[in-house]
Design a protein around this ligand. Structure first.
Ligand SMILES: Cc1cc2nc3c(=O)[nH]c(=O)nc-3n(C[C@H](O)[C@H](O)[C@H](O)COP(=O)(O)OP(=O)(O)OC[C@H]3O[C@@H](n4cnc5c(N)ncnc54)[C@H](O)[C@@H]3O)c2cc1C
Length: 499
């Protein structure tokens, strides 16, 4: 197809649909095309997806969204990372911060010095060298300054948000900026027999919508990308065993924590996400290892206040659509595949997929090379995230259920096996292209699961122990003081984001 895109049609009005509408609208001025979003008046959105990672801050900023207004309107709280409870062993916990640890010394990663001192009998905790961990431990929050006054204060944050309110927020913004909005059900997709491209979609009301490019945001069903285009799905359940989620909202209890709690359970893990007006709870589990009834009991016996919604069950198949871009159809959000929400990556993947679409947008006609490149980049990004998620299961030392034993014994992708072996042997972290998680995140996992490298980095021996010990103590003290002086999370919200 050599013609340029003049009409972009988005089907689906969940988080993916409205994120696409808002950011593609901002992009229209460059390409001079029109956008229409169609959403069903009766089919609900998935209704979960409330924990984010830091790139959402820039996504909103690029849309020109005022942060305080966004926090008020979506009842958001700040998220400094994730607390993993009972993962390595029952009773253990560690924190995954959106920050590095310490400061590299002479270009050598900070953790090599910690390894060295611990090997010599010291008992240093990596978490004591992250201001984010120190804030989280104290239930405090401070926004990082830009530029940071020193490298120790270089960290990031994300949000916990009400997904329904966020979609509403982006809807208002998009419609006010010129996106056409139709409330109707998709009834049929017309495919051009000559080239397999989508020609138009038929709505239940009888209206026909013609378009040049279609973004499928219809959720797990993938009405365009799969049901009409038969793109195919790659199932990753041999590595990621969970396939069901139970979700329920409760009244808030006490001040919101500035992090997501992620609690390992018999056949999966439970999330607790504190918003300003309520708490989101859910249990992601493997149905081969626990019955629905037992999973329900497990979740409902571990919530800390009264439920305010019915319990919702969501079934999923971990994996990815074989291509997110197929001819003139692009899949976003759940329509493009799903990796369980252990590290809150789905909304971020919507963002990065939109960014790729914008980079390679067919404003002057379709290019097979562009389509192939976007699919290649997206697939690599997903594989890196997949590996990071598998790591959480593979390294466990729990022996309380068949699920955890199976996870520990399962075969893993070679790319991950190499990463684990490298850290176990040397303490070095392998970095592949298109990683969503930085070395500090991988380090958090290795360290949190108690992996001690067999070999020390000899370069970290250059500084004498008598010099290193007080230097690290000074660093710890600076972080402790900064965290002690910060506002509580609730105090920060009241002061800066109160209505
Ligand atoms: C259990 C669970 C927990 C999650 N937690 C997180 C998290 O913490 N962080 C994170 O980043 N992500 C999370 N996610 C993922 C996140 O929820 C999704 O990526 C995000 O909500 C985007 O969903 P969506 O818009 O693709 O689909 P949906 O929300 O399902 O929206 C689909 C849209 O398509 C419309 N539609 C469907 N059929 C038709 C039709 N025939 N005609 C017209 N319109 C139609 C619907 O009305 C709806 O508007 C989680 C997902 C699950 C399952």
């Amino acid at each position: 197809m050599s013609k340029a895109v003049k009409h972009l049609v988005i089907v689906g009005g969940g988080t993916a649909g409205w994120m696409a509408a808002a950011s593609m609208q901002r992009f229209t001025s460059l390409g001079a095309f029109e956008i229409t979003l169609i959403e069903s008046p009766d089919i609900p959105t998935v209704g979960v997806g409330e924990a984010t990672i830091p790139n959402i801050v820039n996504f909103n900023r690029n849309l020109g969204i005022d942060e305080i207004d966004f926090i008020r309107q979506t009842q958001a709280t700040f998220k400094l990372g994730i607390q993993f409870e009972d993962w390595a062993n029952q009773g253990s916990h560690f924190f995954h911060p959106f920050s590095d640890y310490g400061i590299a010394i002479d270009g050598i990663g900070f953790h090599h010095y910690v390894n060295r001192l611990n090997h010599a009998g010291h008992k240093l905790r990596l978490a004591d060298y992250s201001v984010v961990c120190a804030l989280a431990e104290r239930n405090k929050f401070a926004q990082p300054l830009n530029p940071p006054p020193n490298p120790l204060a270089d960290y990031a944050y994300a949000y916990h948000l009400d997904a329904g309110l966020y979609a509403e927020y982006l809807k208002k913004l998009s419609v006010s900026r010129g996106v056409n909005h139709i409330s109707d059900n998709l009834a049929h997709v017309d495919i051009d027999e000559n080239n397999g491209y989508i020609k138009a979609i038929q709505l239940a009301s009888g209206q026909q919508i013609q378009g040049d490019f279609f973004i499928d945001c219809t959720g797990f069903k993938g009405l365009l990308i799969e049901q009409a285009m038969h793109t195919g799905y790659e199932d990753w359940s041999q590595h990621l065993l969970t396939d069901t989620a139970l979700a329920v909202q409760t009244k808030s209890s006490g001040e919101p924590l500035p992090y997501t709690r992620c609690m390992a359970k018999k056949a999966g893990w439970q999330w607790r996400i504190p918003l300003q007006h309520r708490t989101g709870n859910g249990y992601v589990f493997a149905s081969d290892f626990e019955s629905h009834a037992d999973a329900e009991t497990s979740l409902l016996s571990n919530i800390d206040n009264t439920t305010i919604t019915d319990l919702k069950t969501i079934h999923f198949t971990p994996g990815r659509r074989k291509k997110i871009w197929n001819k003139n159809c692009f899949a976003l959000g759940l329509a493009s595949g799903f990796l369980e929400p252990l590290e809150s990556t789905s909304i971020s993947l919507i963002q990065t997929a939109i960014a790729k679409l914008q980079t390679f947008f067919p404003h002057a006609g379709f290019s097979q090379a562009s389509e192939d490149e976007v699919n290649r980049l997206h697939n690599q990004e997903l594989e890196r995230i997949r590996d990071f998620l598998i790591l959480h299961y593979k390294l466990n030392n729990r022996d309380d259920s068949e699920f955890w034993k199976t996870c520990r014994d399962m075969t893993i992708p070679d790319s991950l096996a190499h990463k684990i072996a490298m850290f176990q042997d040397t303490g070095h972290i392998v970095e592949y292209d298109h990683e969503s998680f930085e070395p500090a995140s991988w380090l958090t996992m290795f360290n949190g699961f108690g992996i001690q490298p067999k070999q020390l980095d000899i370069r970290a021996e250059q500084i004498k122990e008598e010099k290193l010990v007080p230097y690290l103590a000074q660093m710890r003290e600076a972080i402790r003081q900064a965290a002690d002086n910060a506002d509580t999370h609730q105090g920060f919200i009241n002061k800066h984001c109160g209505v």
